[in-house]
Design a protein. Structure first.
Length: 277
């Protein structure tokens, strides 16, 4: 129960920060944050305190690259990691707790589940750092709008097609299989030292990254601050990891490729190729 509670608190904190980021955007502008975000602009949104606005207000390179810009962007990606990835890691944490309970009954040394979780989270925080750098680079290149959405349909389309294609790769499925069977890995790779368990958490995080990085990159196509698609992708990643077979994985891939292809078709390069522009 403590594992469930701690994970829930971390996830809720992540979603709370992301919600504050959206509230920091004027109500009339929320629909520009990506597909589906018009659902958050149905009326006057609640106001938030000035200090929270300063911590959550999304900034772009239009105001200049400074420490505040980098800090807010990184905080947003870290919040996304907590909000989107921890729910899919809950089976691993609870499985560890079950094995740890049995080990304690045998009077074995048992590292805290926080050690395993810290290794897992370290990988995704590194991803957040890389995503922050990528986002700032895209804004600097002029390919992301102030609302952090792609300015060109071709960029969204190619991103979606690449993410969809990865769903059909053997690397994706190998990592997914590893994520679906936490008991066998944790039981056979059990370590009694905190250092060893942290390394095991890093390994699990790397396999999770291999499983889910492409779906996280989809956020660059649908809008980095698009909380609607954050929720959709979270549900899909949890369903993938708790399911079996490849049907859902391939279905997600086919859907992303079809969506990306449609965006490429309506883009200026696509119309030119089809002789429509």
């Amino acid at each position: 129960m403590l594992v469930y509670a701690a994970t829930a608190v971390a996830v809720l904190l992540g979603w709370a920060y992301l919600g504050a980021v959206v509230l920091a955007v004027p109500d009339a502008a929320r629909a520009t944050l990506g597909p589906g975000m018009n659902l958050t602009a149905l009326g006057a949104g609640p106001s938030i305190p000035a200090f929270l606005l300063a911590l959550c207000a999304p900034t772009t390179l239009a105001t200049g690259l400074d420490a505040a810009t980098v800090a807010v962007t990184l905080a947003m990606w870290v919040a996304m990691v907590f909000a989107m990835m921890l729910p899919s890691a809950l089976p691993m944490f609870t499985t560890y707790s079950d094995i740890a309970a049995e080990a304690r009954r045998k009077q074995m040394r048992v590292p805290s589940v926080l050690v395993l979780a810290s290794g897992y989270v370290s990988v995704w925080i590194a991803f957040a750092v890389a995503a922050t750098a990528a986002q700032l680079l895209l804004v600097w290149l002029g390919t992301l709008s102030p609302a952090m959405t792609p300015l060109a349909p071709a960029l969204s389309g190619t991103t979606l097609i690449a993410a969809g294609a990865y769903q059909f790769t053997s690397a994706k499925y190998a990592c997914l299989v590893r994520c679906r069977a936490p008991f066998s890995i944790l039981f056979t790779r059990w370590r009694t030292s905190a250092h060893g368990m942290y390394r095991l958490g890093l390994e699990e995080g790397l396999f999770c990254l291999g499983c889910c990085w492409a779906l996280m990159v989809v956020m660059f196509a649908v809008g980095v601050m698009n909380v609607v698609w954050m929720a959709v992708l979270t549900v899909l990643m949890v369903a993938e990891k708790t399911g079996s077979g490849r049907a859902l994985t391939w279905g997600i891939g086919a859907g992303l490729i079809a969506w990306g292809g449609l965006l490429l078709a309506v883009s200026e390069p696509g119309r030119r190729l089809m002789g429509l522009a």
